[in-house]
Ligand binder design. Structure first.
Ligand code: PMP
Length: 371
């Protein structure tokens, strides 16, 4: 039965009598958020919220009758310290989604081309369209690496790529990013939402190339997804443009206080969980292989497993309280499930339920119900 949201999305997708024409073919973002006992769908920090941030959230509650800082000055300073750059090189936003959106508006004019790898973080293409830009999609190479040559020769005004890439988990090596910047005159948005897990950071490259904007977030390793804090790092002149496109008051006061507290006092907590996630990811990959799945190499806190029956598997797992993200028809990959890595006891529950589901499938017990 269609939900209210489905009906609304359909309405927005088909009603051509109102509003901006580029929006008629866009649909609202819909992913399954039904509660799950073991929720491995969104690549967030499954260890929870860092402790100092939690206290800061409680303390900040008493001040919400007033507006936050217009351009989140204190947060920019804390982020600049964390990234080892000047505060003028940092722009914040309501999640890194907001920063990517503002970058597209600031770095290109409506009608310009934006080149993106496929598959990559799908929302980026939606933001490009929302800003009247024309996406040029460059499929991954056969080995699932990003095709830097084709991205660089795409004649785009802006190039977006993420490293580690979502949903594949693949890392774009530093030499490849340098090659891209040399190949093309485009502005490059490098999305490092999962940068902490890969132990990489490309901000130092901005000193040599003012066309590079590195986008990051506190939604993943920092465990603050619900607060919606993202940031971009770039040349000060470029960052001023992005800030204009972003607009005032985007980071709310609770989010700002908690983010500053986490950046100043929770870094060790974060680093320990990142370490654990990496250990658990590699351990999980080994067990998944014994169950017949083939996870792709990942530099992030998730694993993508290509599998022809991704839809059935997702549905069967949901029926036993396990949420994984299902992808259908990814270029060069096909159908796949993506699994967020978390604390090992949670991974064990997942693996037990997965093994039981796979067993029932191989015995043919579930074919009829899931045809
Ligand atoms: N970039 C990538 C690659 C992502 O996977 C995500 C979220 N899954 C985002 C950006 C957006 O994250 P947020 O808006 O929560 O910062």
């Amino acid at each position: 039965m269609p939900t209210l949201l489905d009906a609304w999305s359909l309405h927005l997708a088909t009603d051509r009598s109102v509003g901006r024409s580029a929006y008629c073919d866009l649909v609202c973002y819909t992913v399954d958020q039904a509660p799950m006992a073991v929720d491995l769908r969104d690549n967030t920090n499954l260890w929870g919220v860092p402790p100092t941030a939690q206290s800061a959230i409680r303390e900040a509650a008493v001040a919400v009758s007033r507006y936050p800082q217009i351009y989140a000055r204190e947060l920019r300073v804390a982020l600049a310290e964390y990234m080892g750059v000047e505060a003028e090189m940092v722009v914040t936003g309501c999640g890194s989604d907001d920063v990517i959106d503002a970058c597209f508006r600031a770095l290109a004019d409506p009608g310009d081309r934006v080149a993106l790898p496929s598959p990559c973080f799908a929302t980026a293409e939606t933001f490009a369209r929302m800003n009247g830009l024309s996406p040029v999609v460059v499929t991954l190479n056969d080995d699932r690496s990003v095709d830097i040559g084709r991205l660089g020769r795409s004649d785009a005004r802006v190039i977006y790529l993420s490293s580690p890439n979502n949903p594949t988990g693949g890392l774009v090596r530093r030499e490849e990013i340098e090659r891209l910047l040399n190949l093309s005159r485009a502005s490059v948005i490098l999305d490092e939402a999962y940068g902490e897990y890969a132990g990489v950071g490309s901000c130092d490259m901005i000193a040599h190339c003012d066309r590079l904007v590195v986008v990051r977030t506190l939604s993943k390793a920092f465990g603050l997804a619900g607060l919606r804090v993202g940031y971009g790092v770039g040349d000060p002149a470029v960052i001023r443009m992005v800030e204009k496109a972003r607009g005032p008051y985007k980071v709310n006061s609770v989010a700002e206080r908690a983010a500053v507290a986490a950046l100043r006092a929770d870094r060790e907590w974060v680093a320990e969980r990142v370490c654990q996630a990496i250990i658990n990811r590699d351990r999980l990959a080994v067990v998944l292989r014994t169950l017949g799945l083939t996870p792709l190499p990942s530099a992030a806190n998730f694993l993508l497993c290509p599998t022809a029956d991704a839809r059935t598997l997702t549905r069967l797992l949901a029926a036993v309280g396990v949420g994984v993200r299902c992808f259908v028809g990814l270029s060069t990959i096909g159908d796949a499930i993506r699994i967020t890595v978390g604390p090992w006891p949670l991974m064990e529950i997942f693996l037990e339920r997965l093994a039981a589901v796979l067993e029932r499938k191989s015995n043919g017990e579930v074919a009829a119900s899931c045809a």
